[in-house]
Design a protein around this ligand. Structure first.
Ligand code: SF4
Length: 64
């Protein structure tokens, strides 16, 4: 299982992660980032792509 961690102090809601992995990241009605903390293993490639795409490197992955 992989846990997704977004450093909200860094995140500037650029939403590149939402484009890279829409099953995991989305913006709510208030334009706040919400995300699945423990996504299915089939989504990990997309999450890694999202982490690469984030312009402020706010996304990290941790094996749990
Ligand atoms: S791409 Fe990075 S800065 Fe943008 S919303 Fe996602 S985590 Fe936040």
């Amino acid at each position: 299982m992989t846990r997704v961690i977004v450093d909200r102090a860094l995140c500037q809601v650029h939403a590149q992660c939402v484009f890279a992995a829409p099953e995991v990241f989305e913006l709510d009605g208030d334009d706040q980032l919400v995300y699945v903390t423990e996504p299915d293993d089939t989504l990990i490639d997309a999450v890694e792509e999202a982490a690469r795409a984030c312009p402020v490197q706010a996304i990290s992955l941790e094996e749990v």
